[in-house]
Structures are given as structure tokens and as C-alpha cells.
Write a protein that binds this ligand. Structure first.
Ligand SMILES: [Zn+2]
Length: 91
């Protein structure tokens, strides 16, 4: 097997997005360090948006979660309350 390994723990950078309206699916590349919020279905032209709680269209409609989620990093998400505890505490 010649699977290429990144320095990251093998993130998957492509995802098959499936339109919830018409069922059309298309393979798309995912940006590593950003999240895609809008995606227009090329078949029915519906503008897809993430579902509540998801950070991007790949998390909602893709076959694979977006790279930041795969890496369990915080991405663009709205969850500002969920700041990691490794932040230095100033006393
Ligand atoms: Zn569609």
C-alpha cells in the first residue's frame, strides 16, 4: 500500500458532499485550515449551510468531517465558550 502520510495524523482532505434536497453528491476538496460555510449544489443550485452545531458544510453533508474537526482542533466554530484548558492562567 502506498498511502501517503502527512505529518498530521493522516487527515482526509476530500469529502463527498451529498445534497439533502436532490441527493446529488460530489467529491470536493476541503481546505485544511478553514471551514466552508456555504456550498451550492451544482445540480439543484440550493445553497447549503451547516446544520446547527456543525461548523461547516462538510460536517453536515459530507462523508468526512472537516480537517480541523478530524484533528480535534478548534476551527472557525462559534463555540467560543469551549476554550481549551491549556490556556495560561493569569492570577
Ligand atoms: Zn441539490
Amino acid at each position: 500500500m502506498t498511502r501517503r502520510q502527512n505529518s498530521h495524523s493522516a487527515l482526509i482532505l476530500d469529502s463527498v458532499l451529498t445534497c439533502p434536497h436532490c441527493g446529488h453528491s460530489k467529491r470536493e476538496d476541503m481546505p485544511v485550515d478553514a471551514c466552508q460555510f456555504f456550498y451550492e449544489c451544482e445540480s439543484c443550485k440550493t445553497l447549503l449551510r451547516p446544520q446547527p452545531g456543525d461548523c461547516c458544510v462538510f460536517c453536515s453533508f459530507g462523508s468526512v468531517k472537516c480537517p480541523p474537526v478530524q484533528a480535534q482542533r478548534q476551527c472557525c466554530g462559534e463555540g467560543l465558550g469551549a476554550i481549551p484548558a491549556d490556556r495560561p492562567q493569569v492570577t
